[in-house]
Design a protein around this ligand. Structure first.
Ligand SMILES: [Fe+2]
Length: 483
């Protein structure tokens, strides 16, 4: 008997639909049921997808034709019998408002989850507790949704090497009850960072033939008696990691801008000549999001994004510039935060030309209301940077960072930060830093027709935020409140 072993979760949230996802332990068919009543007595069968071995028995059912800003209940089953009457309440989601609609809303974001290492899922339990009080509409997960290489916490006791290994790490990590509960009724948008493949990895050349990992890993892993294949990063291992990334995180995402070859058969191929990547965009009422893929086309010391993704980003900036008052550029690694002695250079600081290009694009096109969302650092922060524009009137860009849900925290970030000095930054200010397990909340509110964006950091138990900042896109004036 086939069973559902991960999920259900809600991906690809939009004004008229969602993608409902689950992973099973064998062959079968995944049926999606949606209704307005909590007991699903009015449920309709809205679609079904095959569960096949080649996709790790993971599948998403695209659901179309829903009403905007409307709450629905749902369930996924392995038979075509309607959900039993008298059960429930079933989990729910609320569809997005119409694109461009000026409406208030809030969402959460964060990154880095290795359950059992510090607070046993407490941050995600707390997120679930605050979901209703804060009226959170979705959760952005900015990377390190698993730690495939962390043999001491990935459930395998060794570095993941094969597709089955990576799938086992997903099962171990996402099977945690806090994760399951937090993602059941809060739609998710995900993007990978490094640990979905290996720590601080990059391709060695634009041919994308093999990967590299920092030099100390082979030494340490040999000492810890890890298998020989864990001492380097073969194409085969990257392929296995990206396959399982697709199965768990990408297949339920909004449509990719330029999908890698093979994706339409649920088998991304990573061909050497393929410009494809995993970036995507979406909108939620007055806000537009560009979710970058900073990893799968990264070439060590050469490039962070490939040309196809740069073009997409430029096009998007111009498209949303006047149409959406609030913009979010989602980057798994930090653009506007640097630390002394950060010799890994695994963030945008390692690709200074491209970082200038990104900031220059925003400044030269005078794009107001840009907020960068990031994670990865195992500490959180809010940074305000003023950019020089061609005619001299400055533009403000913010970076909001939330990390980790659960990981060893980075206390160094509290006193080791250094100013980011690069063209076209004119002034730079860190508003706060925080180095305990946390998640971020962004609230968008319209006051007299003008948007205000509040970023707050919540720890793993206080009902009130530990820090918060308020930005007023388009006005260049910002206030600070400390919680
Ligand atoms: Fe991390």
């Amino acid at each position: 008997m086939t069973r559902i072993i991960l999920g259900p979760l809600i991906g690809g949230l939009r004004h008229n639909g969602v993608n409902l996802w689950a992973r099973a332990d064998g062959d079968g068919m995944l049926y999606a049921w949606v209704g307005r009543k909590a007991d699903l007595s009015d449920a309709k069968l809205v679609g079904a997808s095959l569960l096949v071995a080649a996709a790790g028995y993971a599948a998403r059912v695209p659901v179309h034709g829903l009403e905007p800003a409307t709450t629905y209940h749902y369930t996924l089953t392995l038979t075509d019998r309607p959900p039993a009457a008298g059960q429930g309440p079933y989990p729910s989601f609320t569809t997005a408002p119409l694109p461009g609609e000026r409406t208030d809303f809030a969402f959460a974001f964060g990154s880095c989850f290795m359950p059992g290492i510090s607070n046993n899922g407490k941050t995600l339990w707390h997120l679930e507790d605050l979901r209703k009080p804060l009226d959170l509409r979705f959760l952005l997960m900015l990377g390190d949704q698993i730690y495939a290489d962390a043999w001491w916490g990935n459930g395998l006791n060794r570095v993941a090497l094969t597709e089955d290994d990576y799938r086992a790490v997903y099962l171990h990590t996402w099977g945690h009850p806090a994760w399951q509960t937090a993602t059941r009724s809060l739609p998710v948008f995900m993007i990978l960072d490094d640990h979905e493949v290996d720590d601080d990895w990059a391709w060695t050349s634009s041919e994308r033939y093999e990967g590299r990992i920092p030099w100390w890993h082979p030494i340490l892993r040999r000492l810890k008696k890890q298998p020989p294949e864990a001492l380097h990063l073969s194409h085969r291992r990257i392929q296995a990691a990206i396959q399982t990334y697709w199965e768990h995180q990408a297949m339920h995402a909004p449509p990719l801008i330029h999908p890698p070859e093979g994706v339409k058969h649920d088998r991304p191929l990573l061909l050497t000549t393929d410009d494809g990547h995993f970036a995507y965009t979406f909108t939620y009422g007055p806000a537009a999001f560009f979710v970058m893929d900073t990893r799968t086309q990264r070439v060590y010391k050469q490039r962070m994004l490939n040309r196809a993704q740069w073009e997409a980003l430029e096009t998007w900036l111009l498209e949303v510039k006047d149409q959406f008052p609030v913009k979010f550029i989602v980057s798994s690694v930090s653009v506007l935060f640097e630390m002394w002695g950060d010799f890994t250079r695994d963030r945008w600081n390692g690709y200074p030309d491209e970082r200038r290009r990104l900031l220059h694009l925003i400044a030269a096109n005078r794009v107001q209301g840009v907020h960068i969302l990031t994670g990865d650092l195992h500490s959180s922060h809010a940074v305000e940077a003023t950019l020089q524009t061609p005619e001299g009137k400055p533009i403000t860009v913010w970076e909001f960072c939330a990390s980790p849900f659960e990981q060893a925290t980075n206390k160094l970030a509290l006193f080791d930060a250094r100013k980011v000095r690069t063209y076209p930054i004119r002034s730079y200010r860190i508003h706060f830093r925080f180095a305990q397990p946390n998640f971020g909340v962004v609230q968008i509110q319209f006051k007299q027709g003008k948007p205000q964006v509040r970023f707050s950091i919540y720890d793993d138990h206080h009902p009130e935020p530990r820090y918060s900042v308020l930005t007023t896109p388009g006005e260049g004036q910002n206030n600070l409140n400390r919680g």
